[in-house]
Design a protein around this ligand. Structure first.
Ligand code: MLT
Length: 404
């Protein structure tokens, strides 16, 4: 008899955003006239920038000509894109990351989920609480955690790092040393950032204890303040202890195009083994590369015009973030994030639970957000709104909330 992977049975319910989608669809079915505004999942709404669209058209045409047609992409990504990433995202920030330390993929979510495959089952993992669910769920599926405890909302065997208003949503260094540490800054869901001194402490801690940091920097382009690191490799010694994930989804609106990358420095090793060849082997075996036309579109993000247009989009979303932040603050909410990140994290009013507030907003204002508890037990009593809506919808949503 075929056997299933029983680890999947430890996962309660469905993936957070699917569960929310279902709840909202059920509500809409029962209330067909409701004009629902969705500020739940962080999905972009601005169309792809014109410079990128032009490049996409050109690349599509190339695929129709014998002389310029391309088949399988190189396993680790086209050199033109890897070089643009290395020059623009790293060398321009004095980070010594070369093109061949970059692995192009179809997005950071897949890479964050898949990276655990190159690590043994006997690693302990540490995650922030609240946390982007992919880090935990992918380790549960692999069998690296114990059972889910419905009372605490936690999995046995996982080290949870509380991120609360008291610590500015930046976790303290844990006493129990984890082997793998997931960090995400600017943070999803809280919108918090980590300054260079604090990040350096994490790098030093990882190097001292032989831990590896899995650093998700998907929201890096939303950083507006000067002293906030864009990459973990801005810290000394990070090439000896960190893997970094980046995404074009939020930077350039590629949630529907799909493009991201992972950086594994050549010197990064554990147990005397380099990690670069392991991930290269996994990539080569299980992945055929992001499509040529999408990688060309990614290259266009780094062109002068592409960059300018993409920055305009980011400014648009951050205009939304400011409207949400100020609007909520004005009507007495306790609000966080929204300055260096496209997420606004708010305390629910009147001691409502996250899901009570979700239902309340859906029913009374027809506005959808994400219940904080969906990201972990320390998210209980909080709620996340995204700045990725259209300006019109964002203004309408906040105006509706103000009248409640
Ligand atoms: C989110 O809403 O947290 C993100 O859109 C999820 C993702 O990027 O996968």
């Amino acid at each position: 008899m075929a056997k299933i992977n029983k680890n999947y049975l430890k996962l309660p319910g469905s993936y957070l955003f699917s569960a929310i989608g279902k709840k909202v669809n059920d509500y809409k079915e029962a209330n067909p006239d409701a004009n629902i505004i969705r500020l739940g999942i962080g999905d972009v709404t601005r169309p792809i920038a014109p410079a990128i669209i032009d490049t996409l058209h050109g690349a599509v045409n190339e695929m129709g000509e014998e002389a310029s047609f391309r088949g399988y992409a190189p396993d680790l990504g086209y050199e033109f894109l890897r070089k643009a990433i290395s020059d623009f995202d790293y060398k321009s920030r004095n980070c010594d990351i070369s093109a061949d330390e970059i692995f192009v993929s179809d997005g950071a979510k897949c890479d964050c989920g898949n990276i655990q495959e190159i690590f043994g089952m006997n690693n302990t993992i540490a995650v922030c609480d609240p946390v982007y669910p992919v880090y935990v769920d992918s380790n549960v599926m692999a069998g690296r955690t114990g059972d889910y405890d419905a009372e605490t909302g936690r999995y046995d065997g996982v080290i949870y790092l509380p991120c609360t208003a008291d610590n500015g949503f930046v976790p303290e260094l844990p006493k129990e040393v984890p082997d793998l540490i997931y960090l995400c800054f600017p943070n999803n869901p809280t919108g918090a950032v980590i300054d260079k001194t604090r990040l350096q402490e994490w790098v030093d801690y990882a190097n001292k204890n032989d831990s590896i940091i899995l650093y998700d920097a998907a929201y890096e382009s939303y950083i507006s303040e000067d002293d906030i690191p864009h990459s973990i490799y801005e810290c000394e010694g990070a090439k000896e202890c960190a893997i970094e994930f980046r995404s074009f989804s939020k930077t350039a609106g590629f949630t529907g195009l799909r493009l991201g990358y992972t950086v594994i420095p050549k010197e990064l090793e554990t147990e005397g083994e380099k990690l670069w060849p392991l991930w290269a082997r996994r990539h080569g075996t299980k992945y055929n590369g992001a499509p040529y036309i999408i990688q060309r579109a990614g290259e266009a993000v780094y062109s002068k015009e592409g960059r300018r247009q993409v920055m305009e989009q980011i400014a648009y979303y951050m205009g939304n973030a400011k409207y949400i932040y100020d609007g909520l603050k004005d009507c007495g909410y306790e609000v966080y994030g929204g300055v260096n990140a496209p997420y606004i994290w708010l305390k629910t009013p009147d001691k409502m639970t996250s899901w009570e507030f979700f239902d309340y907003l859906l029913k009374k204002a027809n506005v959808v957000g994400t219940p904080g508890v969906g990201f972990g037990p320390k998210g209980e009593g909080y709620f996340r709104l995204t700045a990725f809506g259209s300006r019109e919808n964002t203004l309408a949503a906040i105006d509706r909330i103000k009248t409640l």
